[in-house]
Write a protein that binds this ligand. Structure first.
Ligand code: FES
Length: 209
């Protein structure tokens, strides 16, 4: 009998097969590549939890960047619009109609004080208009019907119905405004033209009606 050995199939080494494979060290991957891989994984429906976190991170950063871009564009647009529509101070009209002479009884009419800061006064000669601004420091006096005078609430100056100062610190009488009748007979007041006491005799400071 030959002594040649018969090759028998070698039995797997159970010790070797059960040992876990050695994991080679992973190279350091730059963040940009990781993000790219993350996007790719997202589009292909794959990826680890870390990838998904990175994708969320990218999305939120994109939102912030786009928000800043749109904010900047919006601010620039607003500035451009404001440039073409500069701030304008709309002041009340200085020339306006107040009605017809028959609308005013003898005495002081205060119905235009709030809107135009004037009083309309009718006396025996006609109608004139007082500018309701105290000649001391510019407050608006009140008409005191019972006392028949204008009384300034700020420092107590008093003016008679004609507008002449007689008490308090006001240094001079009230101003009168230009007043005239238009073609229809309506009284037109022009506050852009004021007459101090020395010019009350000007024909434009009264309408004789
Ligand atoms: S502002 Fe009228 S009394 Fe001073």
């Amino acid at each position: 009998m030959s002594s040649a050995s018969v090759d028998t199939p070698s039995q797997p080494d159970s010790t070797t097969s059960k040992s876990s494979p050695t994991i080679p060290p992973q190279p350091l991957v730059p963040l940009r590549d990781r993000l790219l891989y993350s996007n790719k994984a997202r589009t292909q429906g794959a990826g680890t939890g870390e990838d998904r976190d990175l994708t969320k991170d990218v999305k939120s950063r994109r939102k912030i960047v786009w928000g800043m871009v749109f904010g900047f564009i919006g601010a620039m647009t607003l500035a451009s619009v404001k440039f073409f529509f500069p701030r304008v101070l709309f002041e009340p009209k200085t020339r306006f109609g107040i009605g017809f002479p028959g609308d005013f009884a003898m005495g002081v009419d205060t119905r235009y004080q709030a809107a135009f800061r004037i009083w309309v006064v009718r006396d025996a000669q006609g109608i004139f208009v007082l500018f309701a601004k105290c000649t001391h420091l510019g407050c608006t006096p009140d008409w005191k019907e019972t006392d028949n005078k204008f009384k300034c609430p700020c420092h107590g100056s008093g003016f008679d119905m004609e507008g002449v100062n007689f008490e308090g610190p006001a240094p001079r009488p009230l101003d009168r405004t230009m007043v005239e009748l238009d073609a229809s007979g309506e009284i037109i007041v022009d506050k852009a033209v004021l007459f101090p006491y020395e010019q009350w005799g000007d024909p434009r400071a009264r309408v004789n009606v």
